[in-house]
Write a protein that binds this ligand. Structure first.
Ligand code: C5P
Length: 210
């Protein structure tokens, strides 16, 4: 049983505005599809995206990081593999205005920190394989290693947002996988579908080892 999260989260400012990021959801949706093709029971917890899920996948749509947090935490115990490909917003507006905010000079929005879903899963880690993503514009591998440890993951998939052919909107990605045993695998540019299978191969290897 595989749980995948995908897409951005959107954080409301008022009834018409929100804060979000450029995540397309493609990477997570490809992982869910690859797992389904391999015969897994797959649940996809997804922020708002325009990509369509592959047939036979259970999809739970959420909007905010808090909603994603609640959906993941309520369901996590059932899964053998959890892959967090979602680009969760780190912050949300502290207060959501009840009515549309009127313009008039400079304004600011106070932000509150969102729960780190993956860190929480890592703290309560069971026997399930736990994997995360790391997207950076600088010091990619150093940051990836830090997150691997801080979030107590089995492995982390690092991709450099500034590289041509990598990142949010493309159908390709350029990744390096770091695992908790100190192994590092560097991959060339490839389709997100291929990256998805490499990630699942890694999960299977870890399951067979434990
Ligand atoms: O710390 P950072 O946001 O760069 O870590 C990225 C990884 O952590 C991704 O796998 C993402 O899905 C997860 N994450 C999360 N909850 C957050 C922020 C990130 O689960 N609030």
């Amino acid at each position: 049983k595989v749980l995948v999260t995908a897409g951005p989260t959107v954080e409301a400012i008022d009834p018409v505005r929100y804060i979000t990021n450029h995540s397309s959801g493609k990477m997570g949706y490809e992982i869910a599809k690859a797992a389904r093709i391999r015969g897994a029971e797959v649940t996809l917890i997804s922020g708002p995206v325009s990509v369509k899920p592959f047939t036979g996948i259970d999809v739970l749509k959420v909007k905010s990081a808090v909603e994603m947090h609640d959906a993941v935490v309520q369901n996590a115990a059932e899964y053998d593999i959890i892959i967090k490909a979602a680009a969760v917003a780190d912050y949300r507006p502290k207060n959501i205005a009840e009515n549309k905010i009127k313009k008039g000079g400079a304004m600011s929005v106070e932000l509150a920190e969102n729960p780190d879903i993956l860190k929480e899963l890592g703290k309560n880690k069971r026997n399930a394989v736990l994997a995360g993503f790391c997207m950076e514009t600088e010091n990619l591998l150093k940051n990836a290693e830090k997150k691997l440890k801080a979030k107590n993951l089995d492995f982390i998939v690092a991709n450099n947002l500034t590289a041509e052919g990598a990142g949010f909107k493309t159908d390709t990605n350029i990744v390096t996988i770091l695992d908790k045993d100190g192994n590092k695998s560097v991959y060339d540019i490839m389709g997100k579908d291929e990256v998805a299978h490499i990630i699942l191969d890694k999960c299977v290897k870890i399951m067979n080892k434990d």
